[in-house]
Design a protein around this ligand. Structure first.
Ligand code: FEO
Length: 170
């Protein structure tokens, strides 16, 4: 049985992951509107990854006999100053998500809930990857600066990202 505080924290995390998915969809729309299709593809893939995260929390709460409770999802911004600003916002958001997950892990330790603590380890590793992939793009965009040819090359690379569903049981 899940402690009420943990059940609430996990439900809040479902909301945060849904917002993440919404945020990246908004960024995909922004990149489509500004004629940067590779970055739009990258963000669409990110949206799909977030929905996988949502589903993992959902199933875990159910498996532990908890109650999934869905709240309103906030509207994301729709505009960024530049491609770099959008990816910097994505990186800042991922850092925020990592911090949230660490807080839930702390709560699990406090309540001696080893099952939840173990469940969260996948997310803790995943966040290292999430931050790294966003940071890589930020660094490349910083290097390119206002160089149109550089941006074009980066966009071509971002266009190659594909969605890989996690292996069963992962
Ligand atoms: Fe679900 Fe991008 O963290």
């Amino acid at each position: 049985m899940l402690h009420a505080d943990i059940e609430k924290a996990l439900n809040d995390q479902i909301n945060a992951e849904l917002f993440s998915s919404y945020l990246y969809y908004a960024m995909a729309a922004y990149f489509e509107a500004t004629g940067i299709p590779g970055a739009a593809n990258w963000m669409r893939i990110q949206t799909q990854e977030e929905l996988v995260h949502v589903s993992k929390y959902f199933e875990y709460i159910v498996d532990r006999g908890g109650r999934v409770a869905l709240g309103a999802v906030a509207a994301p911004p729709s505009q960024w100053r530049s491609p770099l600003a959008a990816f910097e916002a994505a990186l800042a958001h991922e850092r925020l998500i990592s911090a949230r997950i660490h807080k839930i892990a702390d709560l699990a330790v406090k309540h001696r809930d080893h099952g939840t603590h173990n469940f969260l380890q996948w997310f803790i590793s995943e966040q290292i990857e999430e931050e790294k992939t966003a940071e890589d793009v930020v660094q490349k965009l910083k290097l390119a600066g206002k160089d149109g040819a550089g941006l074009f090359m980066i966009d071509r690379e971002l266009a190659t990202r594909v969605f890989t569903p996690p292996a069963a049981g992962a």
